[in-house]
Design a protein around this ligand. Structure first.
Ligand code: PGA
Length: 254
C-alpha cells in the first residue's frame, strides 16, 4: 500500500530561531490528531537547522526529517558540502533530489543525480525525486515525452529494491512559487502517466506502491482537490510550508 506524504521544502528561508519556532508550532498543531489519522509529514529545513528541528519532532509520530540536497560522494575533500551519511546521522530519513531549482541554478544533470541517488540510498535515506516540465515544454505539447525521459534517465537505472525506497514528486516548473497551480486534472493526468511509466520500467506492484507527490503553488485552498485525485498521494510544499497554520491545513486535507 502506498503512503500519503506531505513534505515541506523550506528552501533557503528562515533563521534558526524562526525554524525552531515553526517546527514547534507544527508539532503543537498536530498533537491532538489520533494515531494513524495523519499522512506521513516530512519537514525539510536548511542544513544548519536539521539537528535542532529534528529535536522538536516527537519520535515515532507522523513527523519526519528530510534534507533538501546531498553531495554525490560518500565523503572526502569537498569543502562546504554535506554527505548523505551526515544527513542520516543527524536523523534525516528523506532527501529531496532533482529539484528544478538545483537542476537550473546548480546544473544538476541526470548523471550527477544518479550518483546522488546511489549515495542517498546507501546511507538509508529515502529520496524524494523531482520531475517536471517548463512552460515552454508544456506549450509545445512535449510534457509527457519530457517527463518520460527524466524518469528513464534519472531514476529507472535503480534496481527494484532501490526503487522501492523512492518517492516521486511531480513539480511543473511553471507552477513553482508562481501562484499558478496545475489544475487537479492536469496533475492527475501526469501522475497517472508517471505511474504507468513505473509499471513499464519495474512492475505493476511497484507502480501501485510508489507515492507520487504534487508540487507547485499547492496551498490550503487547493490541496483537498489535488489530494482527491486517485494518483496524487500528497504534496511537496514550498511557500505554504513556512506558515504552520497553512502547512497543517494542507496536512489535514486528506
Ligand atoms: P511552492 O514550491 O509550493 O512555493 O510553489 C514547491 C517546491 O518548489 O517544492
Amino acid at each position: 500500500m502506498r503512503q500519503n506524504i506531505v513534505a515541506g521544502n523550506w528552501k533557503m528561508n528562515l533563521t534558526y530561531p524562526a525554524a525552531l519556532a515553526l517546527a514547534g508550532e507544527i508539532t503543537a498543531l498536530l498533537a491532538d490528531a489520533p494515531a494513524g489519522a495523519l499522512p506521513c509529514v516530512v519537514v525539510c529545513p536548511p542544513f544548519p537547522f536539521l539537528t535542532g528541528v529534528g529535536e522538536k519532532l516527537p519520535q515515532g509520530g507522523p513527523l519526519h526529517l528530510g534534507a533538501q540536497n546531498c553531495h554525490q560522494k560518500e565523503s572526502g575533500a569537498f569543502t562546504g558540502e554535506v554527505s548523505a551519511q551526515m544527513l542520516a546521522t543527524v536523523g534525516c530519513e528523506y532527501v529531496i533530489l532533482g529539484h528544478s531549482e538545483r537542476r537550473q541554478h546548480f546544473r544538476e544533470d541526470d548523471e550527477l543525480l544518479g550518483q546522488k541517488l546511489k549515495v542517498a540510498l546507501a546511507a538509508g535515506l529515502k529520496p524524494i525525486f523531482c520531475v517536471g516540465e517548463s512552460l515552454d515544454t508544456r506549450e509545445a505539447d512535449d510534457t509527457f515525452a519530457f517527463i518520460a525521459k527524466q524518469l528513464k534517465d534519472g531514476l529507472f537505472h535503480l534496481s527494484n529494491e532501490e526503487f522501492a525506497q523512492v518517492v516521486i514528486a511531480y513539480e511543473p516548473i511553471w507552477a513553482i512559487g508562481t501562484g499558478k497551480t496545475a489544475t487537479s486534472a492536469q496533475a492527475q493526468e501526469v501522475h497517472a502517466f508517471i505511474r504507468e511509466q513505473v509499471a513499464r520500467a519495474y512492475t505493476a506492484e511497484a507502480a501501485q506502491n510508489v507515492s507520487i507527490l504534487y508540487g507547485g503553488s499547492a496551498n490550503a485552498q487547493n490541496a483537498r482537490e489535488l489530494f482527491g485525485q486517485p494518483d496524487v498521494d500528497g504534496g511537496l510544499i514550498g511557500g505554504a510550508s513556512l506558515k504552520a497554520q497553512d502547512f497543517v491545513a494542507i496536512i489535514r486535507s486528506f
